[in-house]
Design a protein around this ligand. Structure first.
Ligand SMILES: Nc1nc2c(ncn2[C@@H]2O[C@H](COP(=O)(O)OP(=O)(O)O)[C@@H](O)[C@H]2O)c(=O)[nH]1
Ligand SMILES: [Mg+2]
Length: 197
């Protein structure tokens, strides 16, 4: 897969904007400001492409990218931004639920981006529960490891594993830095595996 061959297709704000073909989907989810767009930029080897947002959580839309002309890479809206209104939270939940319902059979894997410096939040745990309930395979990407000392990293990865209730045979965590490109190739391999490449 040529992951650097990526194009932005559109921003979906309602069900009818979601992809309606059978192309395999790779989905990125995570708390607002965790580095979801930066992670996608790093994978695509582009700067300011999957838009690094200065106002976290401002937009509730699903950004659709086409990679190598044949796969959807899907950027779900970030959750957990403190200034989000109740109405926006409800719109978020409704949109995500519609997305999963419509697209479920074509989703090859979901990448849950978390901040390697911090304990996962309740919303991260809810996301894991939710993803599991849909039966979607998941990889956790622990981003911003460039901010951690070696010892902190050694402590935080098992901490994140336990907090999220990950399962030995099913899950794994990739320590990652979108800034430094740490484990970029490992993440690409994981995605290629998921796509059966
Ligand atoms: N140090 C560090 N900062 C990062 C990393 N990834 C993202 N950031 C920063 O985190 C902030 C949010 O990034 P963004 O990609 O917009 O997050 P999103 O809201 O999840 O899409 C920005 O200031 C980024 O520069 C990383 O790997 N290391
Ligand atoms: Mg973003």
């Amino acid at each position: 897969m040529n992951i650097t061959k990526a194009e932005f297709v559109r921003s979906a704000v309602k069900k009818k904007d979601f992809p309606n073909d059978t192309a395999k989907r790779i989905v990125f989810a995570g708390k607002s400001n965790v580095g979801k767009s930066s992670t996608m930029n790093s994978l695509f080897n582009r700067k300011n492409f999957a838009r690094v947002s200065s106002v976290p959580g401002k937009t509730i839309n699903v950004n659709l990218f086409k990679v190598d002309g044949k796969y959807w890479f899907i950027d779900l809206p970030g959750y957990g931004y403190s200034k989000t209104s109740q109405a926006e939270k409800e719109r978020f939940s409704a949109l995500i639920e519609e997305f999963f319902q419509q697209d479920l059979e074509h989703i090859s894997r979901l990448y849950l981006i978390v901040d390697s410096r911090h304990k996962p939040t309740q919303l991260d745990k809810d996301m894991v529960t939710w993803v599991r309930s849909f039966g979607v395979p998941m990889t956790v990407v622990a981003n911003k490891v460039d901010k951690l000392k070696k010892k902190e990293l050694e402590e935080n990865i098992p901490m994140i594993w336990n907090e999220l209730g990950l399962i030995e045979e099913e899950d794994h965590i990739i320590p990652f830095s979108a800034d430094k490109g740490t484990n970029r190739l490992e993440l690409i391999k994981d995605i290629e595996n998921a796509l059966g490449e």
